[in-house]
Design a protein around this ligand. Structure first.
Ligand code: MG
Length: 382
């Protein structure tokens, strides 16, 4: 094989933590954040091209164990030396070598893998989706997610979005309070809004099997359309039992991080819909593999978010538009939560959809003024 063109070789990898302010505090089951920490990974090639990827977890290490701080150390210390002086178009080979040296750490790997794709696509002057096989669609519908807020706050927000036509479906976060109180809260919201909106709930793996079997049917009766991940990710048997017991679809999220998880979910028939996030699965290629497994099993995929800024959202959007099996819409609203985005030109949200941008690579450009303004000094916050 002839040597790689020198233009494609990685000259330098740069990692920068930024704390991007949110429009309003976002409440998860266990944490509330008013700024989202993001690790930006820049891959610079000898050809003078820079690719960017975003390492981000939803508000901290509670979801999957990684944090922006752990990602930065893992990439700087263990991954960057494996990339230097190697071509950005050997992505499968590079990711195999990275995985030989660094187990797990899928969020960190995603940031690197997306930056490699962006650099390669920019070098070729093609959109990133071309490297994934081209487009199956040029936009995805966007569900809006509401934090675990009181009834009146959530109802107001839903009604405002329905009136201005921005969103038609909504995801409600649960798991922050006692399960019985939580069901009452959601039922009260559904009573006021389910006739005009599609409502889904995300338990973020906070309940056990018995609580789920006892209380989830009440949510179905109240008009909730879909239940996301009621039980811990590894409990696929419990998830399958809940799926069989409920008249509405169950969506897997925490249970789905690898292609092997996808096979286990298929065998157990544990979920009717899969939430696929480029962030949690280790990159665009593994996300595409997982969507293909779902498609082969007749299971639709939904493009999930880890609350990425415009950079990571653009990566997820390219995947959602390139992978034919992403037929269950998206929750790619991340950029709408930020008071200031990481992009020069924001991604286009219109008619309840997020639209694929034009241009090479991710099709977006990083706002380096915003990066400088929110750059974290040192590794830890404050
Ligand atoms: Mg989820």
């Amino acid at each position: 094989m002839s040597p790689a063109p020198p233009d494609l070789l990685v000259e330098r990898v740069e990692t920068i933590i930024v704390d991007m302010p949110l429009r309003r505090p976002h409440r998860f089951a266990r944490v509330t954040v008013d700024a989202q920490p993001v690790l930006l990974v820049f891959v610079h090639t000898l050809g003078g091209v820079t690719g960017v990827g975003e390492g981000v977890v939803p508000g901290g290490p509670w979801w999957g164990g990684e944090s922006v701080e752990s990602m930065k150390i893992t990439i700087d210390t263990y991954i960057t030396p494996l990339l230097l002086n190697r071509p950005v178009d050997s992505i499968d080979e590079l990711m195999r070598d990275i995985t030989d040296h660094v187990a797990a750490n899928l969020y960190a790997k995603t940031a690197v893998e997306v930056a490699l794709h962006d650099a390669w696509a920019r070098t070729l002057d093609v959109p990133l989706h071309t490297l994934l096989g081209g487009v199956a669609r040029d936009r995805v519908e966007v569900t809006w997610a509401l934090g675990a807020e009181p009834v009146e706050v959530v109802v107001d927000e839903i009604q405002r979005f329905i009136e201005d036509g921005t969103h038609r479906s909504f995801k409600l976060k649960m798991g922050a309070v006692d399960p019985v109180d939580d069901v009452e809260r959601i039922s009260a919201i559904a009573e006021k809004t389910s006739s005009s909106a599609s409502l889904r709930v995300d338990l973020n793996a906070r309940w056990d099997l018995l609580t789920s079997l006892r209380l989830l049917p009440r949510l179905a009766e109240a008009g909730i359309d879909l239940i996301e991940q009621p039980v811990p990710g590894e409990q696929m048997g419990a998830l399958a039992e809940i799926n069989r017991a409920l008249p509405i679809p169950v969506m897997a999220d925490e249970s789905l991080r690898t292609p092997h998880d996808a096979l286990r979910l298929v065998h157990a028939r544990a979920a009717d819909v899969w939430s696929v996030k480029v962030t949690k699965v280790g990159g665009l290629r593994r996300a595409r593999d997982i969507v293909a497994i779902g498609a082969a099993a007749g299971i639709p995929c939904h493009a999930g978010t880890s609350i990425e800024t415009g950079i990571g959202t653009a990566a997820s959007l390219h995947l959602a538009c390139a992978a034919a099996g992403v037929t269950w819409g998206s929750e790619l609203f991340g950029p709408l939560l930020f008071a200031e985005d990481t992009l020069v030109e924001p991604l286009r949200f219109a008619d309840g959809h997020l639209h694929l941008p034009d241009g090479p690579g991710l099709g977006v450009n990083v706002n380096m003024d915003a990066v400088r303004a929110h750059r974290r000094r040192g590794l830890t916050p404050g």
